[in-house]
Design a protein around this ligand. Structure first.
Ligand SMILES: Nc1ncnc2c1ncn2[C@@H]1O[C@H](COP(=O)(O)OP(=O)(O)OP(=O)(O)O)[C@@H](O)[C@H]1O
Ligand SMILES: [Mg+2]
Length: 380
């Protein structure tokens, strides 16, 4: 199946082993076990994700609190892989697709086993300035922000809530309306750890994969409480049973997620946030576990104006346009559309044309183009 093929490639740990042959190559490696040397020591350098969306912060610095624990975790997922100097290993559980480069392997071209010593090179550079969001950066969404204050109170003082704690929040609404941004802002404001995962990455290829990934996500969250587990694209796993009969592993993931959600009821200081563009697709059992629902609506005219004002004031060159007019012309567009498809595009075109400022005509042209191309691509 095409999707399976894709998943295989994504979850592959060793980039230079062809995806389709990974398992057979592991088997072959086991086969050659006698000749293939066992790795004594492997040193990894955290590299980051293969790509990121324009406003996602760059993650290149990693904190390893406990090297021994990490080594165990690493052996568990990469055991059996043949490693060579310079190749990449991709994390599959806590931060799916985060890449590590193998910088030392002794002996060269050897197999990771239960006895391999694995260490992560500690970065000597300062952490990259993280573009942190605050609740005050979010335009509109007053109801959401009000509920966020309750969650903040909980993260700061879980004992106060006791058995009445809000534990699982569901963010739903059209793309680009600020769901991820709000989750990040919550984490910043509460000085809480945020562990982000995409639901499709939690679905494993093998029975047990998905459940394990979810378990390790929550383990990490508990160890770092107060913390937020953010599961994006929840509809991809929380889908109704009919689809689950096609992908049995999906149902396994749903079960694991539900049992972890139930457990968060007993644990202080961990909040789960699920996000979706398609509330209707979420399995009713999963949905029922979320106790607070946050709806993210498309911005009103006034909110569009505020979003345009906020972001245009940060542009490196002046924007010579009546923002009131732009706000009136952009009904149905999200905050992300306004920022990425209009302001950023206008800025880039102006710079590429060598203009010292962004003229109104250019902005209007871009708005017209975006409006022509805009078709709703979500379901509620
Ligand atoms: N209400 C808003 N106020 C300020 N900025 C916003 C707002 N909504 C969206 N944005 C801008 O759009 C970007 C994208 O928003 P975000 O990634 O949070 O959307 P999302 O709802 O998670 O979308 P998706 O459903 O596609 O994951 C934000 O990083 C921010 O720059
Ligand atoms: Mg998002």
């Amino acid at each position: 199946m095409v999707t399976d093929e894709k998943l295989t490639r994504r979850k592959d740990s060793a980039v230079d082993i062809p995806a389709s042959s990974r398992d057979s190559s592991k088997k072959a490696a086991r086969h050659r076990g006698a000749e293939m040397q066992r790795a004594r020591r492997v040193v990894l350098r955290p590299i980051g994700y293969p790509f990121r969306l324009p406003n996602d912060p760059k993650v290149s610095d990693l904190r390893i609190d406990n090297q021994e624990l990490f080594a165990d975790y690493a052996r568990e997922q990469w055991g059996g892989s043949v490693v060579r100097n310079g190749m990449y290993l991709f994390d599959r559980y806590v931060m799916p697709d985060f890449a590590f480069r193998v910088v030392v392997v002794e002996p060269e071209e050897s197999i990771i086993t239960r006895d391999t010593e694995i260490v992560v090179e500690q970065s000597s550079t300062l952490p990259a300035p993280s573009s942190k969001y605050h609740l005050s950066d979010i335009v509109g969404h007053d109801e959401v922000k009000r509920k966020c204050r309750l969650i903040l109170r909980y993260l700061k003082d879980p004992e106060f809530f006791g058995e009445w704690a809000p534990k699982a929040l569901l963010f739903h609404g059209p793309p680009g309306t600020g769901k991820t941004m709000t989750a990040r802002a919550l984490a910043t404001e509460a000085s809480a750890e945020i562990i982000m995962a995409k639901a499709p990455d939690l679905i494993g290829l093998h029975v047990g994969d998905g459940g394990r990934r979810i378990a390790s996500l929550f383990e990490e969250a508990r160890a770092n409480a107060p913390s937020i587990v953010f599961v994006d694209e929840l509809d991809a796993i929380g889908i109704t049973r009919s689809f689950q009969s096609i992908r049995g592993d999906v149902s396994e993931v749903v079960t694991a997620l539900i049992s972890e959600l139930d457990r968060t009821g007993e644990i202080n200081g961990v909040v789960v946030i699920g996000a979706t563009n398609a509330l209707g697709l979420i399995d009713p059992a999963v949905r029922g576990r979320f106790d607070v629902l946050f709806e993210f609506k498309l911005p009103t005219r006034q909110e569009r104006l505020e979003i345009l004002e906020m972001y245009s004031s940060r542009l490196p060159i002046p924007l010579r346009v009546d923002l009131e007019l732009v706000a009136s012309m952009t009904e149905g567009l999200s905050g992300r559309d306004l920022r990425e498809r209009i302001l950023k595009e206008a800025f880039h075109v102006a710079v590429s044309r060598g203009l010292p400022e962004i003229p109104a005509r250019l902005v209007h042209e871009i708005v017209e183009n975006v409006r022509r191309r805009s078709t709703p691509d979500y379901t509620i």
